[in-house]
Design a protein around this ligand. Structure first.
Ligand code: NAD
Length: 438
């Protein structure tokens, strides 16, 4: 697979949440990087102002920046009532990026897709990338993301361009403009005690730095795969990967106070030794172990013979990206709200109100109707209810093996960094407001 030590990068959407982390990760390893976006938020790298749906503007930025690798993270935010905008930017815009890349001889395109492209309200339990694209997406955003991914992957190997699509699940971290913001509003309205569904559904999240890291790995490994590389990858399938808990330096699954303790389990005789290893950040478990595969596994001999070895390559493929630490869905939002409780010293002492999913859906329908009547965007929607009650956890074995991805920052550490950033950001904003007033 290609090595990219000399690549020159253009990060499309590089002013955004994820895009900025990609830029910072590239800068941190000394790469040449420029940004293409409709808005400029940082001034430390060359910036090209433009809209991806204007092919000539993308071409112009490619020529001027000398880019050899495009990392395309741009998209309108999820949740807007504007299907035409999603189509224009995500589908027509992504096509324009592909055309401009081919026209300018750019060999690599890494596209940020979304795990949502395979989500239709049904439970997704340990699904891998063989899950087919949906016939009908849940909303215009996901529909446009799915179509964009399709055209990106179809463009692979044509006109000298290699492409790959990454499908992150629930990105959070410093710089986030959606997840924390939405929960803060819920908290301010005093609604943080409300939960829809019984919170037994596991959910994957991705720390933004891990997601950016996956983009760099994909860029580095993107290109034609030689038969030797495929053969080496195939041989490596015989050894099991260490569990993510062993590869993340400090891993703790955060659970909210609301989560009841599990059933009592008699501790094993070596419980103290297990606990000591758990507490010891230097502990190195003994690996590798042989991999034992069930018949539904994507890497059995039979599956590889049937599906081909394409899945062992990077180019032309989609990859799920997650932290590899699925948690019960409500644990994350409840933990964030607990942080707000503590930060503002205003605990929400109301008893937890658990609404069954069917009740949540009925209330969301009413809320959508009401919002439509008064001409406002609904805050509480059937999509959100379905989203918060479904299992959404993804098998990232192929991402780990083929991209060489390992999450670098665990959920607990990721949340800590997110909270620190949020506090600092509020202080900065307050300072700006008082400066303006003065
Ligand atoms: P973001 O809104 O913070 O960043 C997107 C950037 O794209 C913004 O800077 C925006 O100005 C830019 N942009 C929008 N339209 C543009 C256009 N027409 N031309 C040029 N630039 C344009 O969003 P994000 O959360 O950083 O998401 C980044 C990518 O990750 C998106 O493609 C999104 O679909 C995908 N994704 C996000 C999540 C998540 O949880 N945030 C999950 C899965 C996938």
């Amino acid at each position: 697979m290609a090595s990219s030590s000399k690549d020159v990068y253009l990060v499309i959407g590089g002013s955004g949440f994820l895009g900025r982390h990609v830029v910072e990760a590239l800068l941190a390893r000394g790469d040449a990087v420029s940004v293409f976006d409709i808005v400029q938020r940082h001034h430390d790298v060359p910036f090209y102002s433009g809209d991806i749906s204007e092919e000539e503007q993308v071409s112009d930025a490619l020529r001027k920046s000398g880019a050899t690798c495009i990392i395309h993270t741009a998209s309108p935010l999820h949740g807007m009532d504007d299907p035409a905008l999603y189509w224009k930017v995500n589908v027509d815009g992504t096509q324009a990026v592909i055309n401009a890349a081919v026209a300018n001889g750019v060999p690599k395109l890494v596209y940020t897709s979304s795990a949502g492209v395979v989500f239709n309200g049904q439970d997704l339990i340990d699904v891998d990338e063989r899950i087919p694209q949906l016939e009908k997406a849940m909303d215009p955003y996901n529909e446009s993301k799915a179509k964009a991914e399709e055209i990106v992957l179809a463009a692979n190997g044509k006109g000298g361009l290699y492409t790959v699509a990454l499908r992150p699940a629930g990105i959070f971290g410093p710089g986030d403009r959606q997840f924390l913001h939405g929960l803060f509003q819920v908290w301010q309205r005093g609604q943080s005690h409300i939960q829809v569904g019984d919170n037994t559904n596991l959910f994957d999240w991705t720390y933004v730095g891990n997601c950016a890291y996956a983009h760099l790995l994909a860029a580095d490994r993107l290109g034609p795969s030689s038969p030797e590389e495929i053969a080496a990858m195939r041989a490596s399938l015989a050894a099991a990967l260490p569990p993510v808990s062993a590869t993340l330096p400090r891993r703790r699954i955060p659970t909210s106070l609301a989560r009841p303790l599990g059933p009592y389990v008699t501790p094993p005789p070596d419980a103290d030794a297990i606990r000591a290893r758990w507490e010891d950040p230097e502990y190195e478990p003994s690996v590798p172990r042989p991999a034992v595969r069930g018949k539904f596994d994507q890497f059995t001999e039979a599956a590889l013979a049937r599906d081909g070895e394409g899945s062992l390559a990077v180019a032309g493929q989609a990859f799920f990206i997650a932290n590899g630490e699925p948690v019960a869905f409500w644990d994350m939002p409840q933990l964030v709200c607990k942080f707000f409780d503590e930060h503002f010293e205003r605990p929400n002492n109301k008893r937890r109100l658990v609404l069954p999913q069917a009740v949540g859906l009925a209330l969301a329908s009413a809320a959508e109707w009401w919002a439509w009547l008064i001409g406002k965007e609904p805050g509480f929607t059937r999509y959100r209810v379905t989203f918060s009650c479904a299992w959404r956890c993804f098998n990232i074995e192929r991402t780990r093996r083929v991209l060489g991805y390992e999450p670098q920052v665990g959920l607990e550490e990721g949340l800590k960094r997110t909270f620190e950033w949020w506090v600092a950001e509020r202080a900065r904003n307050a300072e700006k407001i008082s400066e303006k007033k003065a």
